[in-house]
Design a protein. Structure first.
Length: 86
């Protein structure tokens, strides 16, 4: 459900650093994200982190690039409702 996915996403994003980026970005892709609603939660959480943690902006940009490719490859979400590039 959305609450479980939100908790998982927040937990992973709270731990993400440059040193843990590869491992934790992989965990994000394996945490159960499978619907447009899940993607919207993820996008919102990443934007919240990026706007409050300015020193990690490049890392969050890189994360969005990876997630955009991953969602496209796996057919998750509706690109007309938003993607990681917009």
């Amino acid at each position: 459900d959305n609450q479980t996915i939100t908790r998982r996403i927040r937990s992973i994003l709270n731990k993400i650093t440059l040193e843990k980026f590869v491992k934790l970005s992989g965990e994000l892709m394996e945490c159960g994200i499978s619907t447009q609603g899940h993607l919207e939660i993820l996008m919102h959480e990443i934007m919240e982190k990026a706007t409050t943690q300015h020193h990690f902006i490049k890392m969050y940009t890189d994360l969005c690039k990876i997630l955009d490719e991953w969602t496209t490859e796996h057919g998750i979400g509706d690109s007309s409702k938003g993607t990681f590039k917009r």
